[in-house]
Design a protein around this ligand. Structure first.
Ligand SMILES: Nc1nc2c(c(=O)[nH]1)N[C@H]1C(S)=C(S)[C@@H](COP(=O)(O)OP(=O)(O)OC[C@H]3O[C@@H](n4cnc5c(=O)[nH]c(N)nc54)[C@H](O)[C@@H]3O)O[C@H]1N2
Ligand SMILES: Nc1nc2c(c(=O)[nH]1)N[C@H]1C(S)=C(S)[C@@H](COP(=O)(O)OP(=O)(O)OC[C@H]3O[C@@H](n4cnc5c(=O)[nH]c(N)nc54)[C@H](O)[C@@H]3O)O[C@H]1N2
Ligand code: SF4
Ligand SMILES: [Mo]
Length: 702
């Protein structure tokens, strides 16, 4: 039987590890995966792998994964043909838009949309034709504050400085747990080794987190911070840097720094200490340690963007790096020079050109905050959403107040999902169009090379043949675009296959035709282990896209947000605040249907500090009810001094015991959904990003 070895990047998370996958042709001619290992020859990941990559074979073989278009008639699902499916979508969406206007059709794009390059290149080919302002995505339950900050300060939402983890002496992490998440907006395979290398060369790792996370556990210093109060801590750090003369000049053109100094003058460590729960002297010492390090990085991620002052936090992170001379400096934070350069080839974005109909939340880059999705469906009136297209997303489990969204989805006139599972969200669809599985399509990472800690590039062929009658995501969008254009008499520009677009992107990019390397698709095909394009280099001065070509240190919107911060209500004594957590065997909501990832004891308990349990007369292992303004769930509680008093921690993406979900393994160990508790009205009011961390809850015996 013929065996063969394939090299392929894993695109399940942001780390893009290189894999070595062995396949074997079976007697019946089919190809089976024999093994999945880390590719030791990968220029970037050097053999690193996590358990999710091994589960790629389970995705491939999962009997629950749907493989042909499915139409729902009542409670029943019926297989239908592709052409019939495309016609149905074109007819239903056109009819609804003709009767109720273009905004009556909404779009939600989930997380794998940025991991799967065919979705990056082609989803807009169809979705753009809908011309709806009701576009939503997972961005606003995640990293919107990063984009808005970069848009305002550097002129482009993707121009995000990345920690130079391999060369720094001091890494300060707030609200990130890369040991579980494998790094985010910091593509860094093998992050544990790289963090430990900082310590081995005499540097320091400091983690700020309401939970002693896996990353905090290996840090030199871990500080508990009250959920949602990082802006206070960051303001105090910045204030100390200014007050104690610990700043360094930047080589960059900067405008507005004096205004920043004045604006934050009142927020000193002594005043901020009560708000964040960290002693003033500890904050001051941290500022001194950070400034004393030759090369230092301040990095704030998911836990600080999904809170009430998420954008203020991300701005303060940038300013701290700037005033200590670490912005655009080796060992500090640096922007990439990716082979396919989305910063150079796209415009810088726009903010608040229009607002959502009901709550007036601002758009960013053409998308509205997803916390407004359900109310836009449920509130009658002109412009009400009556149809939805979801692409690679599961908003019922991923966005605040999932129960309200379920109610809204139930009332839609039509829903299309492009997805390969019948899950908590797609069970409401009238039609599900399933793309090929991960190993059946080729891959180039257009997104995460932009956020990588080294300049790297790779293209990989599909490992397995495309099954007869299957379509790739991009081909589904071409089919939808053609059917919709034909029905509406629209002219459709011809398109290229994703790989041809990548070839063009590479040739026009900074390492392309006009450079010494002359990268092209053909060149990359000869390097299946990826090509290393060298360490990140200072480049921000040349890459800035602000009109003045200077860093804008003091965007008006952010200075104004300081006033909102000053008035923030403080949590009541003994109030419990809910935060999330991730586990290396889990991936948002959709990888719980693989035995190898969920076996063993459940990992979705509510963690609670023993003092909080005792105060409520609760005990370890008991079933409890957790209530918030919007709903309640039942879960098992686990005593843990990992979480600080006043904080409970629950992972998101669980809650699979809903009727109609067709994922047998996930249903057998369903857990409860954290987003049945999170509140669509709790927002970072500046950006509209959801608050997922720091949600007030009560916990009582079930
Ligand atoms: N409480 C709480 N909520 C959270 C978070 C949290 O920390 N706490 N995290 C938030 C974050 S950071 C994110 S990014 C969101 C994620 O939120 P979503 O993106 O809405 O949810 P996912 O769980 O990633 O769902 C991915 C879906 O895509 C499908 N899929 C997988 N691969 C492909 C593919 O190649 N093509 C297509 N067409 N479909 C595919 C899967 O079957 C699944 O249905 O959740 C957010 N929600
Ligand atoms: N294994 C695994 N890997 C993943 C994912 C997954 O679901 N599973 N999801 C992927 C996605 S979509 C993303 S966006 C990334 C996210 O990657 P990260 O940003 O690293 O996210 P988390 O691992 O959730 O870590 C967030 C940390 O913030 C802490 N935190 C919560 N509230 C606060 C607060 O108020 N202040 C501070 N300082 N800390 C707080 C939490 O305790 C937690 O330790 O991970 C990606 N990688
Ligand atoms: S860390 Fe795991 S899931 Fe992420 S890219 Fe690497 S192998 Fe894949
Ligand atoms: Mo995310």
């Amino acid at each position: 039987m013929t065996k063969s070895l394939h090299y392929r990047a894993c695109h399940l998370c942001e780390a893009i590890c290189g894999l070595a996958i062995e396949t074997e042709v079976q007697p019946d001619g089919s190809m089976q995966i024999r093994s999945i290992k880390g590719d030791a020859r990968d220029s970037f990941s050097r053999g690193h792998i996590c358990p999710k990559a091994v589960a790629l074979q389970d995705i491939q073989n999962d009997p629950d994964r749907i493989r042909q278009p499915m139409r729902r008639i009542g409670e029943q699902w019926q297989a239908i043909g592709w052409e019939e499916a495309f016609e149905l979508v074109a007819e239903r969406l056109s009819t609804i838009q003709t009767a109720h206007g273009q905004n009556a059709v909404a779009v939600y794009q989930g997380n794998p949309s940025v991991h799967n390059y065919g979705l990056m290149t082609h989803s807009n080919y169809f979705l753009g034709q809908l011309k709806t302002r009701n576009r939503f995505s997972a961005t606003s339950v995640d990293q919107l504050p990063h984009h808005l900050t970069s848009h305002l300060m550097y002129g482009h939402g993707l121009l995000i400085p990345i920690p130079d983890i391999d060369h720094t002496d001091f890494m300060l992490i707030l609200g990130g747990n890369p040991l579980a998440s494998n790094g985010s907006i910091m593509t860094v395979p093998d992050v544990e080794k790289r963090l430990k290398a900082i310590q081995a060369r005499g540097g320091k790792l400091v983690v700020i987190d309401p939970r002693r996370s896996e990353t905090a556990a290996i840090a030199d210093q871990h500080l508990f911070v009250r959920p949602g109060s990082d802006a206070a801590l960051l303001l105090a750090l910045l204030n100390t840097l200014f007050e104690e003369g610990l700043t360094r000049d930047s080589h960059l053109p900067v405008e507005g720094l004096e205004q920043v100094r004045e604006a934050i003058a009142g927020f000193d460590a002594e005043a901020m200490s009560a708000r964040c729960g960290v002693p003033a002297e500890t904050i001051r010492q941290l500022a001194r340690d950070f400034a004393a390090a030759d090369k230092a990085v301040c990095y704030g991620r998911m836990g600080v963007s999904t809170q009430a002052f998420g954008t203020l936090c991300q701005w303060l992170v940038q300013i701290i790096n700037l005033v200590t001379g670490n912005l655009d400096r080796a060992g500090g934070v640096l922007c990439t020079t990716p082979a396919v350069d989305l910063v150079a080839s796209t415009s810088g974005g726009h903010f608040s050109r229009w607002q959502s109909r009901v709550s007036g939340l601002p758009e960013y880059g053409g998308e509205l905050p997803v916390s407004a999705l359900a109310e836009e469906m449920l509130s009658p009136g002109e412009g009400q959403i009556r149809a939805l297209v979801t692409v690679a997303g599961n908003p019922v489990l991923s966005t605040p107040n999932g129960r309200q969204l379920e109610q809204a989805l139930d009332g839609l006139e039509f829903m299309l999902s492009v997805d390969f599972y019948i899950n908590e969200t797609t069970r409401y669809a009238d039609l599900i169009l399933p793309p090929t599985a991960p190993l059946e399509h080729d891959h180039y990472d257009t997104t995460f090379n932009v956020f990588a800690v080294r300049n790297v590039t790779r293209f990989n062929e599909a490992v397995l043949a495309k099954p007869d009658g299957a379509l790739h995501d991009w081909e589904i969008f071409v089919g939808l675009a053609k059917a919709f254009a034909a029905r509406n008499g629209l002219e459709l520009k011809p398109t290229l296959a994703p790989e041809q677009m990548i070839d063009m992107g590479l040739r026009f990019g900074p390492h392309g035709d006009s450079s010494e390397r002359k990268l092209s698709l053909a060149a990359l095909r000869e390097h299946p282990h990826g090509l290393d394009l060298g360490p990140l280099q200072p480049n921000l001065a040349a890459r800035l896209k602000t009109p003045s070509k200077a860093v804008q240190a003091a965007p008006e919107l952010l200075l104004a947000d300081l006033a909102r911060f000053a008035e923030q209500q403080q949590p009541a004594a003994h109030e419990l605040l809910l935060i999330g957590r991730r586990h290396v065997r889990s991936n948002n909501s959709w990888m719980h249907n693989y035995h190898r990832l969920v076996k063993g004891k459940p990992r979705h308990q509510l963690l609670m500090n023993p003092a909080d349990l005792a105060r409520r007369g609760l005990s370890d292992g008991q079933r409890v009810q957790v209530r918030s303004r919007v709903g309640s769930i039942e879960v098992e509680v686990a005593a843990s001094d990992e979480v600080m008093a006043g904080v409970v921690s629950l992972p998101h993406g669980w809650g699979h015991a809903r009727p109609g979900v067709q994922m047998d393994i996930a249903r057998a160990q369903p857990g409860a959904s954290a987003n049945d508790l999170t509140d669509e009205r709790q927002l970072d009011a500046l950006s509209g990003n959801a608050v997922l961390n720091g949600v007030p809850v009560e916990v009582v015996a079930a």
